[in-house]
Design a protein around this ligand. Structure first.
Ligand SMILES: [Zn+2]
Ligand SMILES: [Zn+2]
Length: 388
């Protein structure tokens, strides 16, 4: 976008002032305050504990609450959980759960298209924060959250979201800092309150916002695509560390109603672990999971596609004579790709009837891939130019 084409008339002034103002303050005022007051006894241990609590509470407010519960209905929650994520979601200053979910549902429906509110094809900056600073098009009427509009708690938060945000996100940490200092007879409760506001309120808001904004930017740029290449979403363990487990975004876009984003047991997805733990405590129910067979079918289809491309490449590197010599291997490999693709399709259909995935099926398919890889290697080795 050329600067003279910058849509000044589309700037969201209040949102921009808040986002840029808090980010600048976190980079200037907070370090300045820490530099000048860190040696004072303000109850720093308590203040950093408050920072950590608020970091997780507001982060999960977005990932567990706004995202997996309200946008995708991937589980049901009892009112205490709903209230918690609505209060702390508001304190992350990312709009109301209703507005967030409306945008997010459009994102899934029109991913990578012009209607996608944080369309990654408009670049990293736009998908990360630009879409909040200025709207390229007028906001479409909200029609896709009727289910949430019927929820009294969600509508209460929607109505008072900025007030709730300020009270829970800024005023409460300051009050807690003051109360801690007073109860422990620290020298300056007022300065302790200011410290708690700057660290657990302001700095934490910026850190959580930048982390969760990465779900819209980095999650569509960094990582692999094991489940689908039909959209830009990617799986990345390192992005998962920054985003409370949302980094497994390729899986998420393929199976958006699954309460898990990191579907493999070893993947770092604290939001999934928390939902599972809450379900054991009876606070959330009806956790939605995609059958293993369907997940495996998607992986198999992507593997077969990649194998097909590798075979194509290997064949195109062969000269006419070697190609005719290798004709049987080539035919066999092409047969394997076709066989795997049709097996993946059959498995996907079987899974829709809730069929179980037999472990022999997994082992069979693994063996086919191993054999194919060996054949492919021999094709490549024989076609490599001789050094002698
Ligand atoms: Zn996405
Ligand atoms: Zn989503």
């Amino acid at each position: 976008m050329k600067f003279r084409n910058f849509p000044i008339y589309r700037i969201e002034w209040v949102t921009s002032a808040f986002l840029i103002g808090t980010a600048l303050a976190a980079l200037t005022v907070v370090p300045w305050f820490l530099w000048n007051h860190y040696s004072e006894d303000l109850g720093w241990g308590f203040i950093w504990a408050l920072f950590i609590f608020y970091y997780y509470a507001t982060g999960f407010g977005i990932t567990l609450g706004y995202h997996r519960l309200f946008s995708h209905l991937s589980f049901k929650a009892k009112w205490p959980v709903k209230l918690f994520v609505l209060l702390f979601g508001a304190a992350s200053f990312e709009n109301s759960a209703l507005d967030w979910s409306a945008d997010h549902r459009i994102h899934h429906k029109h991913v990578d298209e012009d209607e996608d509110p944080y369309d990654i094809s408009k670049g990293f900056f736009y998908a990360h924060i630009g879409w909040l600073l200025f709207r390229l098009k007028p906001k479409p009427p909200v029609t896709n959250v009727k289910d949430l509009e019927a929820d009294a708690l969600v509508m209460w938060q929607h109505r008072y979201v900025q007030w709730i945000g300020v009270v829970v996100g800024f005023v409460a940490p300051a009050c807690l800092g003051w109360a801690y200092a007073t109860l422990n007879h620290l020298p300056s409760p007022g300065t302790s309150a200011l410290a708690a506001f700057l660290v657990a309120g302001l700095l934490r808001t910026v850190v959580v916002q930048q982390g969760t904004f990465c779900i819209n930017s980095l999650c569509h740029m960094v990582g692999s695509q094991p489940y689908s290449t039909r959209h830009s979403a990617r799986d990345s363990g390192s992005v998962a560390l920054l985003t409370f487990g949302e980094g497994y975004h390729n899986y998420h876009h393929e199976f958006q109603h699954d309460y898990r984003n990191g579907v493999k047991p070893w993947q770092f997805d604290p939001t999934k672990w928390l939902i599972w733990t809450l379900s054991k405590l009876g606070l959330v129910t009806d956790l939605r999971k995609v059958p293993d067979a369907r997940i495996f079918a998607a992986e198999m289809k992507e593997h077969s596609r990649a194998l097909g491309i590798a075979v194509e490449r290997a064949i195109s590197g062969l000269d006419e004579k070697t190609r005719s010599l290798k004709a049987r291997t080539i035919t066999s490999l092409e047969g394997i790709v076709a066989d795997l693709t049709s097996r993946a399709e059959a498995l996907r259909e079987a899974a829709s009837e809730q069929a179980e995935l037999a472990s022999e099926t997994v082992e069979d398919v693994r063996k086919i891939f191993r054999d194919a890889a060996e054949q492919l290697d021999s094709l490549r080795l024989d076609s490599a130019p001789s050094v002698a």
